[in-house]
Design a binder for this molecule. Structure first.
Ligand code: MG
Length: 301
């Protein structure tokens, strides 16, 4: 795990770094408040050790800036303080620090407090990860999908670019559960998830939208390109087989594809893809339909 030490005193940095390297931690040093904020943004450490008294930005002010930042606010902060007054310690904890160490610090105490903070950070990371994961398919869940869609659509509202969204729904899935039971249905969902993931690039975000619905966020492509991805997914789902005793279960899925223009919100994209998916169902299933406003891919023009 990675620890950032922010202190204007070169001696304090050297001592703290030497002690933490013994813990097998990656240690980054910043020699002031501004440098510390910059290092936190670039390096995303798991823990920040923060000096209270610094000439450019005080540790208290820097801690408040970190805690107000959506991305950096979750990084635990331990204050390094020369002051052992109760008022200062209380203030540090009240503005969001998890702990404090009084300088000159004892090597064993510093390491123990760092280990404790990193244990908590690790559990917090696990909780965040599980809150965003669908346990059955191990794909990102709807919460993770909505967060990422929000980020991607605000990105293309600020800078130009393309963004597409694919919505997929397994055809006649209810019959699988009714005929073969929910455990067969669950295994089929897992296979379909793998089939869709197998077609996606590193930059795409495939997710379980809910029930038998899947979605893929496709950054950097408009719908006529995402159409081909959706059609590859469609064929991959068609190739899925599930052995159920003497029977082999096969399935298909229908797909709707939409892309964002500068003003589209994530919700607009979902709705447009959902309408296209509905049309794919109406037109006989196991097919890909584009949202009404998008241009057709070359082979369909
Ligand atoms: Mg200082």
């Amino acid at each position: 795990m990675k620890v950032l030490i922010v202190d204007d005193s070169p001696d304090a940095l050297t001592v703290a770094k030497a002690r933490l390297l013994k813990e097998g931690l990656e240690v980054i040093c910043a020699d002031g408040g501004r440098a510390g904020l910059e290092a936190a943004r670039v390096q995303h450490p798991d823990l920040i050790l923060l000096d209270v008294d610094m000439p450019d930005i005080s540790g208290f002010d820097l801690c408040q800036q970190l805690k107000a930042d959506a991305e950096l606010g979750m990084i635990p902060v331990i204050f390094l303080t020369g002051s052992s007054t109760t008022a200062d310690r209380v203030k540090g904890l009240d503005i969001g620090a998890v702990d404090y160490v009084t300088k000159p610090f004892d090597a064993f105490e510093l390491r123990a407090r760092v280990r404790a903070a990193l244990r908590t950070k690790h559990l917090q990371d696990l909780l965040i990860k599980h809150a965003r994961l669908d346990p059955l398919t191990e794909l990102p869940n709807r919460r993770a999908l909505m967060e990422r869609l929000q980020q991607e659509s605000s990105l293309i509202q600020r800078h130009d670019g393309s963004l597409s969204f694919i919505m997929a729904d397994i055809d006649h899935f209810k019959q699988v559960n009714d005929t073969h039971g929910h455990s067969a249905g669950d295994r089929l969902l897992q296979r379909v998830a793998q089939a869709i993931v197998g077609q996606c690039r590193q930059t795409d975000l495939p997710a379980r939208y809910g029930g038998e619905e899947f979605a893929v966020i496709v950054p950097g492509e408009d719908a006529s390109d995402a159409f081909y991805l959706a059609d590859r997914c469609r064929r991959a789902v068609e190739a899925v087989t599930l052995e159920l005793g003497p029977d082999t279960l096969r399935t298909t899925a229908s797909f709707g594809v939409a892309d964002a223009t500068g003003s589209s919100s994530g919700q607009d994209l979902i709705q447009a893809a959902d309408e296209a998916l509905y049309r794919a169902k109406q037109l006989g299933r196991n097919r890909v339909e584009l949202a009404a406003h998008t241009s057709q891919p070359a082979h369909l023009r």
